[in-house]
Write a new protein. Structure first.
Length: 74
């Protein structure tokens, strides 16, 4: 599995890269989606890519809500 990304998107907080990759891996495992070894998502179905994005967004919102309420991420 390659840790490089071909995406032109840049993280606002570059130090968050490892956490974002961890969320991607968690999402893929939960949804049964195979992450491309070369980092190229062009051959991933639209449905799978959307599921991954939706899962990651849901988790990021949960983390933000917990941080805003003083709770801890689990």
């Amino acid at each position: 599995m390659a840790s490089q990304s071909r995406s032109s998107n840049q993280l606002v907080v570059p130090q968050a890269s490892q956490a974002i990759n961890q969320l991607k891996m968690e999402a893929a495992q939960q949804l049964g989606v195979q992450i491309p070894a070369d980092g190229y998502y062009g051959n991933v179905s639209t449905r799978d890519a959307g599921s991954l994005g939706g899962y990651i967004t849901k988790k990021l919102v949960q983390i933000a809500e917990q941080q805003l309420s003083g709770g801890q991420y689990r």
